[in-house]
Design a protein around this ligand. Sequence first.
Ligand code: NAD
Ligand code: DAU
Length: 361
Amino acid sequence: MRTYLVTGGAGFIGSNYIHYMFRKYDNEIRIINVDALTYAGNLENLKDIEDRDNYTFIKADITDKDAISKIFEENDIDRVVHFAAESHVDRSIRNPEVFVHTNVMGTAVMLNCAKAAWELPDGSYKEGKKFLHVSTDEVYGSLPDDGKSFFYETTPYQPHSPYSASKASSDMLVKSYIDTYHFPANITNTSNNYGPYQFPEKLIPLIINNALNGKALPVYGDGMNIRDWLYVDDHAKGIDMVQEQGRLGQTYNIGGHNEKRNIEIINIIIETLQEILPDSDPRKANVSKDLITYVEDRKGHDRRYAIAPDKIKEEIGWEPETMFKDGIKKTIAWYLEHMDWMENVTSGDYQKYYEDMYSGK
Ligand code: NAD
Ligand code: DAU
């Protein structure tokens, strides 16, 4: 039975990945989820799997060398899937240091501990051990708004925000371990994910939540920035396929072939809410395009992201499966059915962040 060490499994993509892996492999694998439970980590995301015999949660910080090496000493880990990170661009603009600490130092600790546990005296590695570093398309910078240029694995890194700079640094560290120590790793660089369990500081759940509550829908700048949206289950499947079928040492871009301007996304959410909320639901009256509010632009706001997922398609056979029109409906329906989840995560610290973040805009 393969044992996985998943970092950041209580976050958005990590928790969806864990669900996906148990749906796919059931009792054939064991998962150890290591998460520090920052504001973005939420064990409620994993409530339905927490009693499984083949699942263990360990609260630990990836920058804590002793805690992480102890996990490797006590468990024969076969796969590392490294999600844990500070992930929100706006927070990185306000407080860059924690991004450097978690994303760069944390990745260094994960690499070092895995290497120490897996390396044999002759410098080779124990059979079958693999490390997958989950990264972002933001490391490539911004594309012109021309609809025909794309991010490839060979595109030079040109990160603009402290978040993307910290992810670029962590990618470079992984590459350095591959080149220097022949460390058995892969990197995936993925476009914007959407789906259940996403923290409502990110565009899609923030707009859903605000629209339902009749609150302003903040659009940065002219609303014409483009993101390439990928349903989170398709991402989970891509990660698993890269780890099992990818060539070790390689980077694979994972993208949805689904470019949308921010204002389009906001309009789609409003229209979908108006379509699926029953007339008897009092929140329906709140949902209106009049809530759209143009606010000051994000500093250093990247104009366009678009991934060319050619390599992963040709080498591994992965392709995005979820059409945006279906994925966004499923996502909105999930949030409507889980308003208690939304209320739990938007109370407390998040409330303060939200007020600070949007008060001047
Ligand atoms: P998230 O913010 O929802 O979750 C991050 C998780 O990491 C949380 O559970 C948090 O508690 C945990 N964490 C943070 N600091 C930690 C630390 N020091 N030690 C242990 N755990 C810690 O993030 P997400 O959106 O799920 O993103 C997951 C990964 O995927 C990140 O590496 C991100 O850069 C990458 N990524 C995200 C997207 C996206 O659209 N969300 C796209 C491409 C890549
Ligand atoms: O591309 C992958 C990246 O996608 C990941 O690496 C990041 O972890 C993830 O957060 C996401 O980054 P973005 O900055 O693209 O996502 P966000 O949801 O914050 O913003 C999406 C777009 O919407 C962006 O152009 C900014 C805009 N926006 C965002 C918010 C929160 C608004 O116009 N208003 C808002 O209130």
